[in-house]
Design a protein. Structure first.
Length: 206
């Protein structure tokens, strides 16, 4: 049984809380928790995963805190690296939605791959980056991303598995995937989420 902690790890702005609650109301399962965790390291820092989770999916060692009517659970291994973070709404008109501001430096393990061997056309390099770095990082909850089209400097990506249908998947896209692509493949100037999220059936951790 998971116990609510008296310690607060993250803060959530009123605007972000309202948005999360609206997203939660769209789910078919009542009283879902907001789950947060760091799944790995990308070119621009931490890669985050966010999802609505059932109470049964929360591990006894996970951190649980309450924000208004929202219960937030943080994976045990992510607590220290998320401490002091803030969930807010993005001020970028071209990338609206939730954004996680984390004051903690992302220091990857010593054995973490620093330089990726990417070669070929822009399309080939994007595909290699997805396969070598991004998909292994989000595979923990059954998610994957694939390139479905390249239109000049714009990459159209499709998220599948646990990412499809998740109301918070856009945050994962911006925080980790988009940053990694921009860092490694500067020819890409815009990322478009072409996922049919309405068809997703499993927006939860597995």
């Amino acid at each position: 049984m998971t116990t609510q902690s008296t310690e607060t790890i993250i803060s959530i702005t009123p605007a972000a809380l309202e948005q999360i609650m609206q997203l939660r109301e769209q789910e078919s399962i009542p009283d879902l928790h907001l789950g947060l965790r760091i799944s790995g390291f990308g070119a621009a820092g931490f890669i985050y995963e966010t999802a609505f989770v059932r109470a049964d999916d929360i591990d006894a060692n996970d951190h649980v805190e309450i924000h208004g009517e929202l219960s937030v659970t943080i994976d045990e291994g992510s607590i220290d690296n998320l401490r002091g973070s803030e969930l807010d709404m993005s001020a970028d008109p071209y990338a609206p939605g939730l954004v996680l501001r984390n004051p903690n430096p992302a220091t990857p393990p010593i054995l973490e791959k620093q330089d990726l061997d990417l070669s070929g056309t822009v399309e080939e390099r994007v595909t290699q980056l997805l396969e070598q770095e991004i998909n292994p990082a989000i595979a923990a909850h059954g998610g994957y991303v694939r390139l479905i089209a390249l239109d000049g400097a714009t990459a159209h990506l499709e998220m599948g598995g646990g990412c499809q249908g998740c109301g918070l998947a856009a945050m994962t896209l911006r925080q980790g995937i988009e940053s990694a692509i921009r860092q490694h493949i500067p020819e890409i100037e815009e990322i478009v989420d072409a996922t049919n999220h309405a068809a997703g059936e499993n927006p939860f951790y597995v």
